[in-house]
Design a protein around this ligand. Structure first.
Ligand code: NAP
Ligand code: GCO
Length: 266
């Protein structure tokens, strides 16, 4: 085996929703492995913030404003990227939202909004980049799944439905495009300390830990939340030639949550 197989030199990587959070850290890992970084976010000020953050990390990134649920906007963005940067070799469908609402209180419009961003958008963006990958003779697609691709919990019905669907979309892209040397895999992060989970870690009025914070630490063998940087290595592996024989796989980067019944209360 050649350790260069883990490098991404000469590759163009698009990470959606990557101004900050998990996407930013995955893109930073890709840059460290030699890739050219392209990202989008829904608002210009977020893209500008992201460009500053990448520059501060010594990364010359290319940023585009695009709502990933808008098929015309996505097709336009991909065409611009192909013209201005190059054909996309690596796609990470990272952009996502969550709404934590008890199911019978959630409106159909709210349910559809989560499905739109977390499941329809990965379809839209993958559909836009696969033709270029076929022409190039290779491609890597990484879908950011979740613990909720396997497990349910109260108040996240739309998110779990979307992430469960994203697991199967991952397997279907693998099945349909594997013959074109395109590998499509998922990363299933555990509980990561980002703005998306900040409400679950907020200190209570009396200064005590959020009950969910204690709950997740009891469900994680290492007894802690994971950091977004801890997703970069697994993502580089799945984006590199070192994983060319890995396809349709969901790599859970969860610190062991899915393997663990949970720490017994003292
Ligand atoms: P985050 O901090 O909320 O970041 C999500 C990013 O996606 C933001 O930049 C957001 O932009 C962008 N985005 C949302 N809707 C978009 C749209 N329609 N078009 C373009 N960009 C859009 O989330 P995160 O924690 O980094 O999570 C990133 C991914 O990992 C998500 O798919 C999430 O479901 C998944 N995940 C997270 C965890 C965790 O514990 N944090 C665990 C498992 C999986 P705005 O700021 O403008 O909304
Ligand atoms: C929640 C959290 C989780 C994480 C992640 C776990 O409310 O339970 O937001 O859904 O975001 O998806 O893998």
């Amino acid at each position: 085996m050649n350790m260069n197989d883990f490098r991404l030199d000469g590759k163009v990587a698009l990470v959606t929703g990557a101004s900050y959070g998990i996407g930013f850290n995955i893109a930073s890992g890709f840059a460290a492995a030699g890739a050219t970084i392209v990202f989008n976010d829904i608002k210009q000020e977020l893209v500008d913030k992201g460009l500053e953050a990448y520059a501060a990390a010594g990364i010359k990134a290319h940023g585009y404003v695009c709502d990933v649920t808008d098929e015309d906007a996505v097709n336009e963005m991909v065409a611009k990227i192909e013209k201005e940067v190059g054909v996309i070799d690596i796609l990470v469908n990272n952009a996502g939202i969550i709404k934590r609402i008890p199911m019978i209180e959630m409106t159909a419009a709210q349910f559809r909004q989560v499905i739109d961003v977390d499941l329809n958008a990965p379809f839209i963006v993958s559909k836009a980049v696969i033709p270029g990958m076929i022409k190039k003779g290779h491609g890597k697609i990484i879908n950011i799944c979740s613990m909720m691709s396997e497990l349910g919990r109260e108040t996240v019905s739309a998110y779990a439905a979307a992430k469960g669907g994203l697991k199967m979309l991952t397997r279907n892209i693998c099945s349909e495009y594997g013959e074109f040397n395109i590998q499509c895999n998922g990363i299933g992060p555990g509980y990561i300390a980002t703005p998306q989970t900040a409400p679950l870690r907020e200190r209570q009025a009396d200064g005590s830990r959020h009950p969910f914070d204690s709950f997740i630490c009891a469900k994680t063998p290492a007894g802690r939340w994971l950091e977004p940087e801890e997703l970069a290595g697994p993502a580089v592996f799945l984006a590199s030639d070192a994983s060319n024989a890995v396809n349709g796989h969901i790599l859970y980067v969860d610190g062991g949550i899915l393997a663990y019944i949970g720490k017994q209360p003292k």
